[in-house]
Design a protein around this ligand. Structure first.
Ligand code: SAM
Length: 280
């Protein structure tokens, strides 16, 4: 039973298990173990944490997480072809890796995890945003995780950390920054992956705040931002018309110009409007 650093190179693992990448599963693998170790380190200290990894594939990032000292890694992989390769990693780290086969959108993995939990993943791009939104919108806050360290297409990463009056600013930025600190910690060119995708990628690190940055009812805030950004070029007095009959007065009372557009308005003002709407 080889130790983690005695396992064969990932190219050999992929060849031995015939893991030809499948586009429909978002399979763009990272084969450079220095890079996967860097991603693991960008999540912070793993020693006293459980880690949830979605989409371990042949296990490059999984090895990084274990080598960086994660207490226990729970890895959810949809593609059964990857299981033998992951079993070799589990054998090298007895008791520290649990592999669950299935769809991360369908499995409830919380029973396998002990707090504190960090979520760290090179996500399949087709389900990445949906998973992020689920993790950001649990029924109760704080959530079961303390941080998310996630690979996205660079354009999605920029939408998560965007500030007002920038092209990427929108609902995803508001959702993420309302309850988290969010920053891009690494950007990667297409060649960092095998096969190389068409786009650049970036790792975003989000840390859950103990409480939302400003008070607001989650449902009301989501409804307002959906309406405001669905028609982002329109003035708020018309995009939010259906929200309340006296919307102009409400906007003015929380200090928002009714002629302003959604992309000019910061999180604090959207939360003030949500409180105003929910309060009446
Ligand atoms: N972590 C590996 C790496 O960094 O090289 C693989 C990353 S690859 C971008 C995405 C992985 O997610 C693939 O292994 C794919 O099979 C898996 N995957 C795709 N959809 C999934 C889903 N719904 N649930 C769980 N895993 C999924």
């Amino acid at each position: 039973m080889p130790a983690i650093d005695g396992l064969p190179p990932l190219r050999e693992v992929i060849r031995a298990h015939d893991l030809v990448a499948r586009k429909q599963l978002g399979q763009n693998f990272i084969l450079d173990l220095n890079l996967t170790a860097r991603i693991a380190r960008s999540a912070g200290d793993l020693a006293a944490c459980d880690v949830l990894e979605v989409g371990p594939g042949p296990g490059g990032l999984t090895r990084g997480l274990l080598a960086e000292g994660a207490r226990h890694v729970v890895a959810v992989e949809k593609d059964p072809r990857c299981l033998p390769a992951l079993a070799e990693i589990a054998a090298a780290c007895p008791g520290r890796l649990t592999v669950l086969q299935g769809d991360a959108l369908a499995l409830d993995v919380t029973a396998h995890l002990t707090a504190p939990v960090r979520i760290i993943a090179n996500l399949p791009y087709n389900v990445g945003t949906e998973l992020l939104i689920r993790w950001l919108t649990p029924d109760v806050w704080p959530p079961f995780w303390t941080s998310l360290t996630l690979m996205f297409q660079r354009e999605v990463a920029e939408r998560i950390v965007a500030k007002p009056r920038t092209g990427h600013y929108g609902r995803l930025a508001l959702l993420a920054q309302w309850r988290c600190d969010a920053q891009i910690v690494l950007t990667l060119p297409p060649e960092a992956f095998t096969p190389a995708p068409k786009v650049h990628s970036a790792v975003v690190h989000l840390t859950a705040l103990a409480e939302p940055r400003y008070p607001a009812d989650a449902g009301t805030l989501m409804r307002i931002t959906a309406m405001a950004f669905n028609q982002r070029r329109k003035m708020l007095r018309s995009s939010l018309k259906g929200l309340a009959p006296d919307i102009e007065a409400r906007l003015l009372s929380v200090g928002i110009a009714p002629t302003a557009r959604a992309e000019e308005i910061g999180l604090e003002s959207f939360c003030a409007l949500a409180r105003n709407i929910a309060g009446n």
